[in-house]
Unconditional design. Structure first.
Length: 195
């Protein structure tokens, strides 16, 4: 990565994006030292213009940003970091500096939670207990939820329809996990079809 730190007095803007939902969380600045520290430690560190020093996000609150991916823009003077926040990001208590959690993209966070409950064998979890019953039961549950959604589609109760749609998506994500396929794999197919 060849970042041009000379354009703006040694600092480049850094956009932080939630790796799961792609929601923009905050904007900060890095000098070369902060960038190297971030790369080496896997935790976002900025150069604080107000403190005039390196500042690791979460060093006081514990709300660190774990780096998942780093990209540089086409002019080599802006960094995009996709990260997983430990908790809220903004000092105001909001999820991000541009507001609270956006429901768009939440399916990836839900997929991660489903995978975690299954991988960690959380005994008192409905997700894990359904998964333990095997592929036939998981597929059967998806079928039941699909039928319930179709039935609600014929009625005029939007709340019931939306809840059945949510149930179907939830169980569909469990089925994807059972098949060892990710939601991103399905999105790639849709993206390729769109071309």
């Amino acid at each position: 990565m060849n970042i041009n730190f000379n354009k703006s007095e040694g600092l480049v803007p850094v956009i932080i994006q939630d790796d799961r939902t792609l929601q923009v969380l905050m904007l900060g600045y890095m000098n070369e030292e902060a960038f190297e520290k971030t790369k080496n430690e896997g935790i976002v560190t900025f150069f604080s213009r107000s403190k005039n020093r390196l500042w690791t996000k979460g060093e006081e609150s514990g709300n660190f940003l774990t780096v998942k991916n780093i990209e540089i823009d086409c002019d080599n003077d802006t960094i995009l970091i996709r990260a997983v926040p430990k908790s809220v990001v903004c000092h105001t208590g909001s999820f991000g500096c541009f507001g609270d959690k956006n429901p768009k993209g939440f399916l990836y966070e839900l997929e991660e939670k489903i995978n975690q409950r299954i991988d960690e064998k959380v005994e008192d979890s409905y997700t894990y207990s359904l998964f333990q019953r095997g592929m036939n039961k998981v597929a059967q549950k998806v079928g039941e939820e699909a039928v319930e959604l179709v039935i609600e589609a014929k009625d005029n109760n939007d709340d019931l329809f939306k809840n059945e749609a949510a149930d179907l998506l939830y169980h569909y994500l469990i089925l994807l996990k059972a098949k060892n396929i990710s939601l991103e794999n399905i999105e790639e197919i849709l993206l390729n079809r769109n071309k």
